[in-house]
Design a protein around this ligand. Structure first.
Ligand code: FRU
Length: 570
């Protein structure tokens, strides 16, 4: 390998979040009793019940009763052998009431459960990213219900409030003024008698079409799939207080379909020419479009995609975005080949309020990202200036439940702006991080030109951004590693004759938690004399964007490796 010229242009340090550990002011009040490690009974003015949990513990059924009324049954891994993390149960609505938690089976550590004033999130655990969104604690997957309203970007997300593995699907909630700094808010939607709360979307009801508005604030409408307890169907909730509290519509579910085991992830938008809401759903191997004037009564319009694009695994998390005359349909596919597994594809075409017509040939496949940790990508509704901003979940169903974090699992990728560009008459999508992320930059550093074949010792601060320019004069391969003092590295390589770029995390640290993790991601690139590369490193992830995202058809790369800090942090 010969590197003719390789310049690291700038290196930015991005400060990490400060955090505090675990639980404070814990106390067992006189009313607190634990019976045979199978039941807890108490009445308290405290805010939180802290439950001792074990990551790989058995899934127990925990039923909560308040004043002898059953609230719900959740699946919680109460510790049997050792305590790996604490799960908070929010008691704020039940102060002074008689609360009971009953397990279907005794758990040795239930006696350690305690009451507390607060539960503070542990932001200091080793693999917690500094500038990527993570849940305060617990499991997270898809971004949900993203909507911009009254100066706030709302991010809801698939959340397990009772553990660090997928279960008890609910909508977690956070808001941001700049897409970069996030404030956590209480869980927005918990499971109910119609099922757990799967993925979906939210919109501003500008015209009060659903009739829920009561004051001067516009109503936010949330559409979500309810699942697991006998099928999948779509439900509706609304908020008249800027998303702080949500009321589930009494007529739920608003949309059911017979014989459709996979019928989910409603993405809703307003289609002005027909004055109707359009709902896009993933239905097994295709997408379906429904319309409604009032957000409650839905009519089937059409289906698309059974013979288009990739059909490895089921289709999930659709989105339909308008770019002038053109429309882009995003679809996430679970199980896209053994190597990539979870990934997001897209189709460009047109939409007339009833049906989507695709410009691509049926066999064509186009992907938003060639990394392994980019899934369930959907956009913010009602974004100012009609910006098309999307957010990917930065993990993969192959190993998401196994990653070696402690109090939380999974982060979101950076928010990206999508644009449509033309190549030889064909429209394709490019994606690039939103400019807002630059506010997180700290001090810049320059690394001088290097003309040798070498490995760089990059300062292994917790989080940083690297801007690189790579000019190849005659090299066939150009590569470099990000490496730490433990000799763990992420290897980047340009294969200039094959026009490929790869990111290899096989030696990046702890990789043995799942056999499918230690992979090399490869993406096609355009032949160019100079490539620019922008790499975001954030403790347990690496995102690489090539050439300003400007090579849409031979994709700009964004490869993400959420893994333990030992590879890149000190
Ligand atoms: C995609 C997905 C969705 C579903 C959700 C459940 O990652 O499988 O289709 O609504 O996750 O958590």
């Amino acid at each position: 390998m010969k590197i003719i010229k390789l310049v690291i242009a700038v290196l930015f340090c991005i400060g990490s979040l400060i955090g505090m550990a675990s639980c404070s002011n814990t106390e067992k009040s006189e009313q607190f009793s634990v019976t045979e490690n199978v039941a807890i009974d108490f009445s308290t003015e405290k805010n939180v019940l802290l439950l001792p949990c074990e990551d790989k513990g058995e899934e127990l059924q925990a039923t909560i009763w308040v004043d002898d009324k059953k609230i719900d049954t959740y699946i919680i891994r109460i510790a049997q052998n050792s305590v790996d993390y604490w799960t908070p149960v929010d008691l704020s609505a039940w102060k002074g009431k008689k609360v009971s938690l009953k397990l279907n089976k005794a758990a040795a550590f239930l006696k350690e459960a305690k009451l507390a004033d607060t539960f503070e999130y542990d932001y200091n655990e080793p693999f917690r990213p500094a500038y990527h969104f993570t849940p305060p604690y617990g499991w997270m997957n898809d971004p949900n219900g993203m909507v911009y309203y009254a100066g706030e970007w709302h991010l809801f997300y698939q959340f397990n409030p009772f553990g660090t593995r997928w279960q008890n699907m609910s909508w977690g909630h956070a808001v941001s003024a700049d897409l970069t700094h996030w404030q956590h808010l209480p869980v927005a939607l918990y499971p109910d008698s119609l099922g757990t709360i799967f993925s979906g979307s939210a919109v501003v009801d500008e015209t009060n079409s659903a009739g829920f508005q009561t004051g001067s604030e516009k109503t936010l409408l949330a559409f979500y799939t309810q699942a697991e307890r006998g099928g999948q169907w779509q439900s509706l909730a609304y908020s008249n207080d800027k998303g702080r509290t949500w009321t589930k519509y009494a007529g739920n579910p608003v949309l059911k379909k017979a014989n459709a085991p996979d019928f989910r992830d409603p993405k809703v938008f307003w289609y002005a020419p027909t004055s109707k809401w359009i709902m896009v759903l993933a239905v097994g191997n295709h997408a379906e479009f429904y319309s409604s004037a009032n957000a409650k009564d839905w009519t089937f319009e059409s289906g698309f995609g059974a013979n288009y694009g990739s059909h490895d695994g089921v289709w999930e998390c659709p989105d339909l975005l308008q770019f002038g005359e053109k429309w882009v349909l995003l679809i996430s596919n679970d199980r896209v080949s053994n190597v990539r597994h979870s990934a997001t594809q897209y189709f460009v075409g047109s939409f007339d309020g009833h049906a989507f017509t695709c410009d691509f040939a049926p066999a064509e496949q186009h992907w938003l990202d060639y990394g392994k940790d980019h899934y369930a990508t959907v956009s913010w509704a009602n974004a100012p200036a009609d910006r098309k901003i999307v957010l990917p979940w930065m993990s993969n169903w192959q190993y998401a439940n196994d990653v070696p974090t402690k109090n939380f699992r999974s982060a979101m990728g950076l928010p990206r702006k999508l644009t449509l560009v033309q190549d030889n008459g064909k429209y394709l999508v490019k994606s690039y991080p939103v400019e807002e992320i630059q506010v997180r930059r700290g001090k810049a550093g320059n690394v001088p030109d290097v003309n040798t074949n070498r490995i760089f010792d990059v300062p292994t601060n917790s989080a940083f951004e690297i801007l690189l320019e790579i000019e190849s004069q005659s090299a066939k391969t150009v590569g470099f590693n990000l490496k730490n003092s433990k000799n763990e590295s992420v290897e980047f390589a340009f294969y200039l004759q094959k026009n490929e770029f790869s990111v290899d995390r096989a030696k990046s640290g702890i990789v043995n938690f799942n056999a499918t993790f230690a992979t090399k991601s490869v993406a096609p690139i355009l032949a160019k004399p100079v490539h620019t590369l922008r790499i975001f490193v954030d403790k347990s992830s690496v995102e690489a964007f090539l050439d300003g995202g400007e090579e849409p058809f031979k994709p700009r790369i964004s490869t993400i490796f959420p893994r333990p800090s030992s590879s890149l942090a000190t």
